[in-house]
Design a protein around this ligand. Structure first.
Ligand code: RM4
Ligand code: MN
Ligand code: MN
Length: 432
């Protein structure tokens, strides 16, 4: 049996909670009375929240950057082991992020059994494995400058296929069950590539990756409208994604990254559509104002996040074949401590799940059926307006987490302590 050795002292969390518990109990009781007036049992909502989780990205543990610059902070993790430590801090305080989604080759190590044990000792497991064929690695035989799974160069396609298969093999050693495939393939000029033939090449190559999936694995296809290609992208939208997933087979599903759509697109409707056809495989949560900004979840448009969760909870209560979405955060933190950003995002995500769970679905459905537009809207609005903070805090507290995650994190002095121990990271631009 693996002994867990969590990074923060349990006493520190207990002492911080002792200062907060009286106020929390008061707030929880008051919210419980308010909710019970509309027939909602607060403890039932708390139990749902306690059963909810979202994975954090290994690459989100470091300070990202833009194309222009990166401003590292002292004490940033420099390798996957240090990233896991930081992810363990997030989970220890929030109790809602027990899994880490790794990215290869960024997180490559020589001993994956050892890595899995190290994660387990920190109370963590692994979520979807992400492949990377959007960037060349030192010594790589074929460049991805012509694309990867859709490249016109056969040897390049083959290399991308083999990399994805290697990711599956690594994932099996880590206990993952999903391979997330996002390709940067696309064009910058009209006429640069034939739209149909590049998709043909992608589908043929993706089918070879699909063929290597173990029976209980899924391949999550992540679409993205633009960037790094600025004229066209091979898997640009949910339409291309679901068509590809349908062609590949039942183990292929679609992954929705909230930042990968055209501005103002109705993402919650996309969620409902993908679910309708049994193809909703997973999420990358983040927020954005302009493009794939990878800002903290709920920081720009918390209402959209709620509406997405409203569809997810509706889907959960009315499941179709294969509804088992994998929830992950995908963010890049440029100006904040990544641990603080992920703590805040995890709370925003869980809050939207809790609010969506508060929706009076019978009232909503009745209003929809009778075309009572205002009452249908109010069924959502009433839930959205509830401050679910006490429910989340109580669920965390009962699971051993911190009532006030950010204050407790700061009290722990984690980052200043790591600044003494960890090597400094380089200034290079970008997320790597
Ligand atoms: C992409 C996409 C992928 C992520 C990379 C780092 O825009 O969101 O999910 O793996 O960024
Ligand atoms: Mn993503
Ligand atoms: Mn992205």
């Amino acid at each position: 049996m693996i002994m867990t050795n969590l990074p923060l002292s349990a006493d520190l969390i207990a002492e911080a909670n002792a200062r907060e518990i009286e106020a929390l109990e008061d707030d929880y009781a008051s919210l419980g009375r308010k909710l019970s007036r509309t027939g909602i049992d607060i403890d039932a909502i708390k139990r749902r929240v306690a059963g909810f989780s979202v994975a954090v990205p290994s690459w989100g543990a470091g300070r990202g950057g833009t194309r222009f610059a990166k401003f590292p902070i002292a004490g940033e993790p420099t390798n996957i082991h240090e990233k896991l430590e930081d992810c363990a801090v997030i989970n220890q305080l929030s109790r809602v992020t027990p899994r880490v989604s790794p990215h290869f080759p960024w997180d490559k190590v020589s001993d994956y059994a050892g890595l899995r044990e190290a994660a387990a000792a920190l109370g963590l497991g692994f979520d979807a494995v992400n492949s990377n064929t959007f960037q060349d690695q030192p010594g790589q035989a074929h460049s991805y400058n012509t694309g990867s799974l859709s490249s016109t160069v056969k040897a390049t396609r083959q290399q991308a296929i083999e990399h994805n298969i290697e990711c599956i093999e690594i994932g099996q050693k880590l206990g993952s069950k999903d391979l997330t495939v996002w390709v940067g393939d696309g064009t910058n000029f009209p006429g640069q590539q034939d739209f149909a033939r590049s998709l043909d090449r992608y589908l043929e190559a993706a089918a070879q990756v699909y063929a290597a999936l173990p029976n209980d694995w899924r391949m999550l296809l992540e679409h993205k409208m633009f960037e790094p290609a600025f004229y066209s992208t091979v898997i640009s939208d949910w339409g291309s994604s679901i068509l590809a997933a349908q062609e590949l087979g039942p183990k292929a599903k679609c992954l929705v990254d909230l930042g990968h759509h055209a501005p103002n697109v109705n993402i919650e409707q996309i969620v409902a559509r993908l679910h309708r056809f049994g193809k909703l495989g997973g999420f990358h949560f983040n927020d954005s104002k302009y493009g794939d900004d990878d800002l903290d979840s709920g920081s720009i448009n918390p209402h959209q996040l709620f509406l997405v969760f409203n569809e997810l909870v509706e889907a959960e209560l009315n499941p179709r074949d294969g509804f088992n979405p994998s929830y992950m955060i995908d963010q890049s933190h440029n100006v904040t401590d990544p641990i603080e950003s992920m703590l805040s995002s995890a709370e925003a995500i869980a809050a939207c799940y809790a609010k969506a769970s508060l929706v009076d679905r019978a009232a909503l459905h009745a209003a929809q059926e009778s075309n009572d537009t205002m009452m249908a809207f109010q069924a959502l609005r009433r839930a959205y307006n509830v401050d679910v903070g006490p429910i989340l805090a109580m669920a965390r507290y009962e699971a051993g987490g911190a009532i006030d995650v950010l204050a407790t994190y700061r009290q722990s002095q984690w980052r200043p302590r790591k600044a003494q121990e960890r090597k400094a990271v380089g200034l290079g631009a970008g997320i790597v």
